[in-house]
Design a protein around this ligand. Structure first.
Ligand SMILES: Cc1ncc(COP(=O)(O)O)c(C=O)c1O
Length: 415
């Protein structure tokens, strides 16, 4: 039954993508582009003079502000850099502590590790499987400067509790919304609760801008005023009139935060034009994913061994991924036993998302292997994801549901 590791065999570094021999694949993309999106890219290719930092970027930012209700929005090259930039503007430096959920994609930890601050891992809530505010509050010390939350898999974190804690201890809050564009709590979109919201348009996300892309939302005007320079090598206009437009140079280069080098975190115009078009389909995509998740949950409602995250009332979980927990107590089996059957017998390309970050060599070697996350440790070894994309047919869903039922029955017989 056991196969040699096939790490990075797929054509997508996320571990998704086509692998031969599966009846239910795990595609690298959530969905195809609309004709409107394709035309938008062609339009920039054919007609746009400047290819970056122009009217399509401003339009995308304005569209995203309107969509989310954010005070400010800045298109960027990816969410990792949006997170990094948020950490820079929060003033994170060596000696500070930043609380980061341990259950997330590695980019969340890396972006804040780069600041030199100490990463303190937050545990998950046992019901929602995203960051637990109670655990976060327990881990605050006099050195804590920033709280990071991740709306992982599309599930919003309890932002009311987080913002109450942040206010009590005067902390900044960064929301990692990479997997949750359009997710909301009582109608208020994620990315508008904290000081910063960081979105990703990576190729596998619910919306994408040709494989890479991101957006930083900012609450305070003062923080927002720092973004354009830090995003674009400190480039800005000269103050005051110049007699000759070329003297001393076409544009000035200056500093926004004392001692902090700026970067180039810009995104191209074609990606921004596509972003505006993709944004118009986002709610429909999210609705489809939510409906799909409901079908699976209904189909498996008589299989108590398969557990789903509990969505609090008023929360819009947009199901970027469909993660489950296998409670094999009725048959003394574990997640890997179930996956062995689903993968090898029924050819469903199930995967495991994500790994507690403190278990990765990278974080251990950087000094962040220590943790106190008992809920995540107990839960994670029995968690797994179904193959997932937008527009799964009823036939595929039924096949997967029936396969899971048969696999659980087999495991029960073998107990
Ligand atoms: C939770 C989370 N945070 C951050 C990122 C980083 O996003 P990007 O690939 O746009 O840098 C991702 C992307 O996969 C993610 O899933």
């Amino acid at each position: 039954m056991r196969k040699k590791s096939e790490s990075l065999k797929t054509d997508d570094a996320s571990g998704r993508g086509s692998v031969e021999g599966y009846k239910v694949p795990f595609p690298g993309r959530m969905h195809g582009y609309t004709e409107e999106g394709i035309q938008a890219v062609l339009d920039v290719m054919r007609n746009s003079d400047g290819q970056t930092q122009g009217k399509y970027m401003r339009q995308f930012e304005s569209d995203f502000k309107a969509y989310t209700g954010a005070n400010h929005a800045f298109a960027m090259d990816n969410a990792t850099n949006a997170l990094r930039l948020a950490g820079v503007i929060c003033g994170l430096k060596p000696g500070d502590e930043v609380i980061v959920p341990a259950y997330t994609f590695c980019a969340t930890g890396i972006a804040f590790g780069q600041s030199g601050a100490k990463l303190v891992w937050a545990d998950i809530n046992p019901k929602t499987w995203v960051a637990d505010p109670t655990d976060i509050e327990r881990k605050i010390t006099s050195r804590t400067k920033v709280l990071v939350v991740v709306h992982l898999l599309g599930m919003p974190v309890d932002m009311q509790a987080i913002m109450t804690i942040a206010k009590k201890y005067s902390l900044k809050v960064v929301e990692d919304c990479a997997q949750a564009p359009g997710a909301s709590i009582n109608g208020k979109k994620v990315g508008t609760f904290g000081n910063f919201g960081c979105f990703s348009w990576h190729g596998a996300k619910n919306m994408s801008t040709l494989g890479e892309g991101g957006m930083l939302t900012v609450k305070d005007d003062a923080d927002a005023s720092l973004v354009p320079g830090l995003r674009h090598n400190g480039v800005r206009g000269f103050e005051g009139e110049r007699e000759r437009y070329w003297v001393p140079a076409m544009s000035n280069v200056d500093i926004d935060i004392d001692g902090v080098w700026p970067n180039n975190f810009c995104i191209g115009e074609a990606q921004c034009a596509l972003g505006s078009a993709e944004l118009r389909s986002l709610d429909k995509i999210n609705d489809t994913l939510i409906a799909q998740a409901d079908k699976f949950k209904k189909g498996l409602s008589d299989v108590p061994e398969i557990e789903f995250a509990q969505i609090p009332a008023g929360y819009r979980h947009i199901f970027h991924q469909f993660v489950m927990h296998f409670n094999g107590s009725t048959c003394t089996a574990r997640r890997n036993d179930l996956m062995d059957i689903l993968v090898n017998k029924y050819k469903m390309r199930c995967i495991v998302q994500y790994y507690p970050l403190y278990r990765f060599p990278l974080f251990q070697k950087m000094g962040f292997g220590g943790h106190a996350c008992p809920t995540l440790d107990a839960w994670w070894d029995d968690s797994f994801s179904f193959p997932w994309w937008c527009g799964m047919t009823d036939e595929t869903i039924t096949y997967m549901v029936e396969s899971v039922k048969a696999a659980v029955k087999t495991l029960k017989r073998g107990k």
